[in-house]
Design a protein around this ligand. Structure first.
Ligand SMILES: CC(C)(COP(=O)(O)OP(=O)(O)OC[C@H]1O[C@@H](n2cnc3c(N)ncnc32)[C@H](O)[C@@H]1OP(=O)(O)O)[C@@H](O)C(=O)NCCC(=O)NCCS
Length: 198
């Protein structure tokens, strides 16, 4: 399917544009806010490259990489970035993982000043519904650093089940730092989603 924009009660998930650069760079270069992710980007060229990939992905048909800018509907203000991708990237790091195509993963990144207002959970629910209703997602996989309490609360509250923990190389600007982080991996099958408490 082609790229689509999504809406929740309070938020708009829209296509990325080149002029989002300052906002996404401020989000991704904030080491403190992003400390439990593999997504810290401190190099402007790396950020520009990533943003242009997301912008280009909007016209792909079919679209494999859904990257959304998150805005408040009330003010059009930028508050973050969310995405859906195939879980296959983790297989490159850990080839013994049993996940196959059709296992979609989501990530959500919100500016600190907009956190703890329920936006993360609102986005997660909308993206979950999109994956199971519109993408051919067989199973949804979410993983987060075991110290990332906010992520775990969101993941568990939408009914995902803990699967296993594993150690993953930490990376900044896409380069491994030599450290590892312990991540908790959760799954949700299509049957779990259909039986969810919506
Ligand atoms: C993880 C993240 C997306 C959560 O977004 P959010 O909009 O703040 O989440 P919500 O407001 O929906 O809160 C969900 C739950 O987490 C709790 N929570 C939020 N921030 C928290 C924090 N810093 N510490 C502890 N709990 C927190 C909320 O109280 C809420 O708990 P509840 O289940 O009792 O209601 C946001 O913290 C973030 O962008 N963090 C930086 C990037 C990141 O780590 N992304 C996740 C990658 S795996």
């Amino acid at each position: 399917m082609k790229f689509v924009e999504l809406e929740t009660e309070r938020l708009r998930l829209r296509a990325c544009r080149a002029d989002d650069f300052d906002d996404v760079f401020a989000l991704y270069s904030d080491r403190e806010n992003m400390k439990y992710t593999r997504n810290i980007i401190t190099n402007a060229d790396t950020m520009r490259e990533a943003l242009m990939r997301w912008v280009g992905g909007v016209d792909a048909d079919p679209c494999y990489d859904f990257e959304w800018i998150i805005e408040l509907k009330s003010t059009d203000e930028f508050i973050g970035h969310a995405l859906v991708m195939d879980f296959g990237w983790q297989k490159e790091i850990s080839p013994d993982l049993s996940y196959n195509e059709g296992h979609c993963e989501t990530s959500i990144f919100i500016l600190p000043q907009h956190q703890r207002q329920g936006y993360g959970r609102e986005i997660k629910r909308a993206v979950l519904d999109f994956m199971f209703e519109s993408l051919n997602c067989r199973e949804h996989v979410s993983s987060c650093d075991e110290r990332n309490i906010a992520s775990q609360r969101i993941i568990e509250s939408v009914g995902m089940k803990f699967d296993h923990s594993w150690d993953i190389p930490k990376a900044i600007d896409g380069e491994q730092t030599g450290e590892t982080e312990r991540r908790r991996v959760y799954t949700m099958s299509r049957a779990d989603w259909e039986a969810r408490d919506a």
